[in-house]
Design a protein. Structure first.
Length: 240
């Protein structure tokens, strides 16, 4: 579904952020992208969405990410931003959810069907006509996920989906992510959330891929994490 082939990128000449990065994500996989601040996680997301362009090739479902293909690529990918306020820009949840499908040319009837189906699936029907500025942070994060799902993307990218949530809303978001059947690529410093939602982990350090494997295996490796300026998930920290 997603393939990076020898991808490199630098914001400033001579100071690469990503160095010869290669990996593949199969359709339906749930993959966590982790690393310390400055490792290159956000740059990976921006390159995948065609917000930046570097060296090497990036493919989404066999289509190369290029300026000519952006419309095709962005119909295949849904992106949940870290700050839901930057994503929910219409007055109500309903208006946010219909904006994308209608602009992609779907009929009002099909759009309404999608909206109602997604809200019912997530248990958010009561939020449909609520004003975005009057719902809680957790509700807004869930509404942002619903907005992306209404587009019916083939893969979902998430940037720190559990940040700034209280424990109850964090658990709701985690359970929602686990139930999604789309291909998922999730960046987060919340390693417990990654452990709960992902079956595989990519570990970036200094713009390079230093580990790629089962989430349990990598997230239990104290030496590997500490060597790359990270710590064990809290749920594993007391275990040997």
């Amino acid at each position: 579904m997603i393939k990076f082939q020898n991808v490199s990128f630098a914001y400033e000449k001579g100071r690469p952020v990503l160095r010869d990065l290669s990996f593949s994500i199969a359709r339906g996989e749930a993959v966590g992208l982790i690393g310390a601040n400055g490792a290159g996680k956000s740059t990976v997301m921006k390159l995948l969405l065609g917000l930046l362009f570097g060296e090497g090739r990036i493919l989404v479902d066999g289509t190369e990410v290029s300026k000519a293909n952006l419309a095709v690529i962005r119909r295949k990918l849904g992106f949940v931003l870290q700050n839901s306020d930057n994503q929910m820009f219409m007055p109500t949840v309903y208006e946010d959810m219909i904006f994308g499908p209608l602009n992609y040319g779907l009929s009002r009837e099909e759009t309404e069907r999608r909206v109602d189906a997604v809200l019912a699936r997530l248990g958010l029907t009561e939020l449909k006509h609520r004003y975005n500025h009057k719902i809680s942070g957790g509700e807004k994060r869930m509404a942002a996920i619903a907005t992306v799902l209404a587009m019916e993307p083939e893969a979902i990218l998430m940037d720190e989906p559990s940040s700034a949530l209280d424990p109850c809303n964090r658990r709701i978001v985690i359970n929602t992510i686990r139930d999604l059947t789309q291909t998922k690529l999730i960046t987060s410093h919340d390693l417990d959330m990654i452990l709960d939602t992902c079956t595989r982990v990519l570990l970036l350090s200094g713009g390079r891929l230093v580990a790629d494997g089962p989430a349990e295996e990598i997230l239990r490796d104290r030496a590997l994490l500490e060597a790359n300026r990270m710590e064990l998930p809290l749920s594993l920290a007391g275990r040997r």
